[in-house]
Ligand binder design. Structure first.
Ligand code: SAH
Ligand code: SF4
Length: 393
């Protein structure tokens, strides 16, 4: 029998695996608690498990941590880890402490196939999906490492919130993501509430529908443009799932979680998507008129404006602060709750979109070249892609 990595299992999976050699469910629960609540990786130390079970575990299972390549701490308390996932690939995980919470930003893939223009991960291309164990290992490591480092009293958690906003498109790695989310929510593991776990997506419509059925955690949608022409260019996945379909999926998502809202992320790019006219288009897009003529939300949403974190290969610039403020005011005046994200960990390149890891780009050259033509901005801020050279269309 091949030995298995126990970080790959949610509790159901672990119970099924334990049942395979005659162990009852409560044994699986005990084991699960040792691993996730106590951070144990040595079966010999799991003192309330029968010796015979510990011996069986020794032969047939292991707990595989990720190999830490580096750790960088920012002046503002943000910590970024670079983990090796083998074969030359590395992913990043970021801890962001705030007064009332500790947020862990987790990666779901080595690289990303979506290839958004403004994203450093996207520029590297796609290498591979992470396994459930590799997603969970980021939380497992960070939680137990930070408990020791911050000398937290027994029972106090270091990580209160998780955001799937590291490297990769989580909804393009759904099979591995779902059990990982279940581990995060499980009371026998990290016990995070549904609203404290956020999946951020560039808009994989069918998988938003699946997530709604399977595990409706908080949803953030990376919008970045008020109209398809521009979004097609910034977020190439829009050509497959245009804005109207994406908004439809958001509405359906909220049917399942009616007291929740969708967070629309909007990366502010100088001269590309930051005009007041575009803010007005966003308002029109997300709000309609009720029978009494008053504005009503089409999608119960909130906007989070992200100052663009520039990197040279993007050829894009950050919008000036005044323009971001004016854009935010316009949305707020239109009745949509809007926040401007504070950039954290800037000095260690840990802010949104700066996570680069080190990824062997295995995306085909054809695919990469086809999404890298420079953006031409039209007078009203829409963008068109110049015709690509022969052979890359
Ligand atoms: N693939 C998912 C989650 C990872 S990206 C998604 O796209 O939603 C997490 C967030 O960082 C997204 O909102 C993304 O649009 C934003 N982002 C990417 N590159 C950025 C950059 N250079 N500056 C600011 N935000 C960026
Ligand atoms: Fe992928 Fe998200 Fe970056 Fe787009 S923004 S390339 S979807 S990680």
């Amino acid at each position: 029998m091949n030995a298995v990595n126990l970080l790959d299992f949610d509790l159901e999976g672990l119970a099924r695996w334990c049942a395979g050699f005659g162990e009852k469910r409560f044994r699986a629960t005990q084991l699960f608690r040792w691993i996730h609540q106590r951070g144990a990786s040595d079966f010999a130390l799991m003192s309330d498990l029968a010796k015979s079970l510990r011996e069986k575990l020794d032969q047939s299972a292991f707990i595989k941590p990720l190999e830490v390549i580096s750790e960088q701490a920012s002046a503002d308390g943000t910590i970024k880890w670079l983990f090796s996932v083998g074969n030359g690939d590395a992913v990043e995980t970021v801890f962001i402490p705030e007064d009332d919470r500790g947020t862990l930003c987790i990666s779901s893939q080595a690289g990303c196939a979506v290839g958004c223009r403004f994203c450093s991960t996207g520029h590297q291309g796609f290498s591979r999906n992470l396994s459930t164990g590799e997603i969970v290992a980021q939380l497992w490591f960070a939680e137990h490492h930070l408990r020791k480092r911050l000398q937290l009293p027994v029972g106090q958690r270091a990580i209160t919130n998780v955001v799937m906003m590291g490297m990769g498109e989580p909804l393009q790695n759904y099979a591995a993501l779902l059990p990982a989310l279940r581990v995060m929510l499980d009371d026998h593991a990290y016990g995070l509430s549904r609203r404290r776990v956020t999946v951020s997506t560039s808009g994989v419509v069918p998988m938003i529908d699946r997530l709604r059925e399977d595990c409706p955690v908080a949803l953030a949608v990376s919008l970045h443009a008020p109209a398809d022409l521009l979004r097609d260019d910034l977020v190439p996945l829009n050509r497959k799932y245009p804005i109207a379909e994406l908004l439809g999926a958001c509405e359906r998502y909220l049917e399942r979680a009616p007291r929740d809202f969708i967070t629309f992320e909007y990366c502010m790019l100088d001269g590309v998507n930051d005009s007041l006219e575009q803010a007005g288009q966003l308002l029109q897009m997300t709000r309609g008129r009720g029978a009494d003529g008053q504005p009503v939300p089409v999608v119960n949403c909130k906007f989070n404006l992200i100052p663009f974190n520039p990197f040279p290969a993007s050829g894009l610039l950050r919008s000036p602060t005044e323009r971001v403020q004016a854009f935010a005011r316009c949305l707020q005046d239109g009745g949509v709750v809007t926040t401007v994200r504070k950039t954290r960990g800037d000095d260690i390149d840990a802010a949104c979109g700066q996570l680069a890891g080190e990824v062997q780009d295995r995306t085909s050259v054809r695919q990469r070249t086809a999404t890298r033509a420079p953006i031409r901005i039209h007078a009203r801020g829409s963008a068109v892609r110049p015709v690509p050279p022969e052979g890359v269309r």
